[in-house]
Design a protein around this ligand. Structure first.
Ligand code: KIV
Ligand code: NA
Length: 267
């Protein structure tokens, strides 16, 4: 697809119904069980609070709803940092128990040995550079990366090192579009952008951002392609009102009994 310059679509899913929705559209190429799961589904403050077992629980549900798109899951924070043995064990566990096909890891050249190890085991590894949500505290918040010369050079070198280590693709998050276009050109592996302009080999968005299931803070790079929050809230309102007014259920939504039988019962 990169060679043909066909843009790749990746969308997150966190459970069976969202996975089915991704799977039923042939234009979606990759389903990502992102660790954004932590915030958008589980109500945690950041992705660092998500455990490996929580990720596995959700990844399995996504796998049950997936036929065609390639499924990638994020390795949760802490599951690929302790030692190479621990990382390999966790990676195998996430593949086997979570039933996903590839794993995504955040970090630059400092994790290239980890990427090499997992790739060597035959696990497709998706790298992730630029804004790294798992390091939001160390990076002083969720900020665009690679705007100055040193930071841009570091991202280029990181991407090259990760490709060399065996990554099959790489997410570029929140970096200037010029830098993303350049990295895309320099790499043989496909780049998937989020907040990285239109010249990456693919795009990814978080399900809830894309659907508009919430009305809170919207990052610059998010486009709400739907307005599910309005639709959902109006359905809740109509349902609750209908119950309060006893207009729901009506006769067509109720069961009835044979009149003679009822007479006998109620006599
Ligand atoms: O967790 C996630 O959803 C992600 C994508 C935004 C790339 O990592
Ligand atoms: Na993520």
């Amino acid at each position: 697809m990169k060679e043909k310059r066909t843009p790749m679509t990746m969308l997150t899913a966190y459970d069976y119904p969202s996975a089915l929705a991704c799977s039923s559209n042939p234009l979606i190429d990759i389903t990502l069980v992102g660790d954004s799961l932590a915030q958008v589904c589980l109500g945690y403050n950041s992705t660092t609070e998500l455990s490996l077992s929580e990720m596995i629980h959700h990844a399995r549900a996504v796998a049950r709803g997936t036929t065609h798109p390639f499924i990638v899951a994020d390795m949760p924070f802490g599951s690929y940092q302790i030692s190479i043995e621990d990382t390999a064990r966790n990676a195998v566990k996430l593949i086997q128990e979570g039933r996903v096909e590839g794993l995504k890891l955040e970090g630059g050249s400092e994790i290239s040995d980890t990427v090499r190890k997992l790739s060597g085991l035959g696990i497709p590894v998706m790298a992730h550079v630029g804004l790294l949500p798992q390091r939001h505290v160390a990076m002083s918040g969720y900020r665009v990366q690679g705007k100055d010369v040193d930071s841009a050079r570091r991202i280029i070198n990181d991407a090259l090192a990760l490709e060399e280590a065996g990554a099959f693709s790489i997410v570029l998050e929140a970096i200037p579009k010029e830098l993303a276009a350049y990295v895309t050109q320099r790499l043989r592996i496909p780049t998937i952008g989020i907040g990285a302009g239109s010249q990456t080999d693919g795009q990814v968005l978080v399900w809830d951002d894309m659907m508009g299931t919430w009305a809170g803070h919207k990052a610059k790079f998010v486009r709400r392609f739907g307005d599910l929050k309005t639709e959902r809230d109006s359905a809740i309102q109509k349902y609750a009102e209908a119950v309060k007014l006893r207009t729901f259920p009506d006769d067509s939504e109720s069961y009835t009994m044979d009149e003679m039988a009822w007479e006998e019962v109620s006599r």
